[in-house]
Design a protein around this ligand. Structure first.
Ligand code: DCT
Ligand code: MG
Length: 500
């Protein structure tokens, strides 16, 4: 981070030599070591900043020229809390919650007193009006949520609780914590006190109590209790195996299993083909797919698909389309412009890969789409597209593939020169492509809320195939995601803003 350039200041060293606007930091004795101050130039101006820095140093305060990692107190004049947080964001500061952001009147009070005064009443307050709208929408599809999460410590906690409720099949509580996490992911600032979330949707009493615990103690007893519970830990472990769902995990838990070793050693257990593959490639599959690996997989998928259908479009969807740097799998959507049915393509690609020894596991599901059917009411169910769930043997190092050379993290000497990664291929008819793309780009919470919004606000039904207007009793056609948002009366949200 180069603060000097960022704030537009002349580098201090030059200044000391020339105009002597400020004395070197070391020439005054620091009396108050616990507080390390940085004064923001924005809106205050350079000369007033220099004057205040100098004065504070004379009085024994430690004032930094740059916004270093050691700074504890940020002093600002005429800026709102939101402006400062935005400015911190521009300085690539990730954890803005570690600073006290204070009005300049705190510093002048300190200078007057000749010692640090209590800063609480000088803290800049965040209120949601700075979000640019009067209120934050209850729907994730009306919130632009990037991967910049200022509230990870809260959202991680909520996700543990949501997951635990999911394991216990308590949908209501699960959704409540998922929605709360989603709202906090959207906030362009770090929550530092409970009042910061006042007026935001989905902030119920339980949610606020957890936020309060984390603010005060850095942790929530309720979340810790889940993390330490044998049931949660076991179900989490079992469901981390590809092919093992909630039902199987619960069964294994009831049978007394607590580790994967115990499951693997029981010769009486009948595992599915999917689960056997899951255990066989467990280590590779739990270590997430990196962006580089996803790019390498993209090349392989594109080359292979276009080998059999040169005009086919292959689009990276899922988390990687939203800009994620890692994911549990790589999702692709395939469509052939001008063609409505391409049943053969996926089979040809899989056969080709099998011959190349690239397929460690696959399950090809034929399309079950019926033309007459309305968009489905099921929110989280799978769609009817032909699709294939694959474990791909991704080569490491530089590999020639078709006309391309792919390069993934090289194999370390003597070790296996490939990694097992999960790949999903979905084939959509061309006229449903926009709906399929929107549905497969996620996030899950974003998709849920798009459907909820369509149903409750527009009397429409949206799924991965179509949009149906129940009032006009017609299907609304769309050739792009933009057109679907327009049909729904929503502002367009870019894929990287859908990380709800
Ligand atoms: N999807 C959905 N509902 C489901 C399953 C999937 O709406 N029940 C959509 C949302 C994302 C996309 O399909 C791909 O699913 P995942 O791969 O599970 O999600 P992801 O966002 O790609 O997450 P990850 O990075 O972990 O793969
Ligand atoms: Mg994915």
């Amino acid at each position: 981070m180069n603060m000097i350039r960022a704030t537009g200041l002349i580098p201090m060293r030059k200044k000391w030599k020339g105009t002597q606007l400020s004395a070197p930091v070391s020439s005054y004795k620091i009396q108050f070591n616990d507080i390390i101050i940085f004064i923001v130039e924005k809106k205050m101006g350079m000369s007033r900043r220099t004057f205040l820095m100098d004065l504070a140093r004379r009085k024994g305060f430690r004032v930094e020229n740059e916004l270093s990692d050691s700074v504890t107190h940020i002093v600002t004049e005429n800026n709102s809390c939101a402006e400062i947080l935005k400015w911190l964001q521009a300085q690539k500061v990730e954890d803005s919650a570690r600073f006290r952001i204070l009005d300049v009147s705190w510093l002048t009070a300190c200078l007057e007193a000749g010692r640090p005064v209590d800063s609480e009443k000088y803290r800049l307050v965040m209120d949601t009006s700075v979000l640019g709208t009067d209120s934050v929408s209850q729907y994730a599809c009306q919130r632009r949520t990037t991967l910049n999460n200022y509230n990870k410590k809260f959202t991680d906690a909520f996700e543990v609780l949501a997951e635990n409720y999911e394991f216990r099949e308590d949908e209501g509580h699960c959704l409540a914590f998922r929605r709360a996490a989603s709202v906090l992911k959207f906030l362009p600032f770090a929550v530092v006190r409970v009042s910061d979330v006042e007026g935001l949707p989905w902030m119920g009493e339980q949610v606020k109590a957890i936020i309060e615990d984390i603010i005060e103690d850095g942790e929530s007893p309720r979340v810790n209790a889940v993390l330490n519970s044998e049931n949660y830990r076991s179900i989490k472990l079992f469901t981390s195996v590809f092919g093992v769902g909630l039902k199987t995990s619960e069964k294994w838990y009831r049978m007394g299993f607590r580790t994967l070793e115990e499951v693997k050693c029981d010769k009486n257990l009948k595992l599915t083909r999917m689960q056997r593959a899951g255990f066989l490639h467990y280590e590779d599959l739990v270590s997430c797919v990196s962006k580089a690996e996803a790019d390498a997989a993209s090349l392989i998928v594109k080359e292979s698909v276009q080998r059999f259908s040169p005009s086919a479009l292959v689009t990276l969807t899922g988390g990687f389309r939203r800009g994620k740097k890692a994911g549990h799998d790589v999702d692709f959507l395939i469509t052939v412009p001008g063609s409505s049915q391409e049943d053969e393509l996926l089979h040809l690609v899989i056969d080709f890969w099998k011959k190349q020894g690239l397929v460690l596991y696959y399950d090809l599901i034929e399309s079950t789409f019926e033309k007459k059917k309305l968009p489905s009411k099921k929110v989280d169910g799978l769609d009817n597209f032909q699709k294939c769930f694959i474990i791909l043997k991704l080569p490491k190092g530089k590999v020639d593939f078709g006309n391309s050379v792919i390069s993934v993290a090289s194999a370390e000497g003597g070790k296996k020169d490939w990694k097992a990664i999960r790949v999903d291929l979905v084939v959509s008819p061309f006229e449903q492509y926009a709906f399929a793309l929107l549905g497969w780009s996620g996030s899950r919470q974003f998709e849920r809320d798009l459907r909820r919004y369509a149903t409750h606000e527009k009397k429409m039904m949206l799924d991965n195939h179509a949009l149906y207007d129940k009032t006009k009793k017609i299907f609304l056609k769309a050739a792009s995601e933009e057109e679907i948002f327009a049909h729904l009366g929503l502002d367009y949200i870019e894929p990287w803003e859908r990380n709800a």
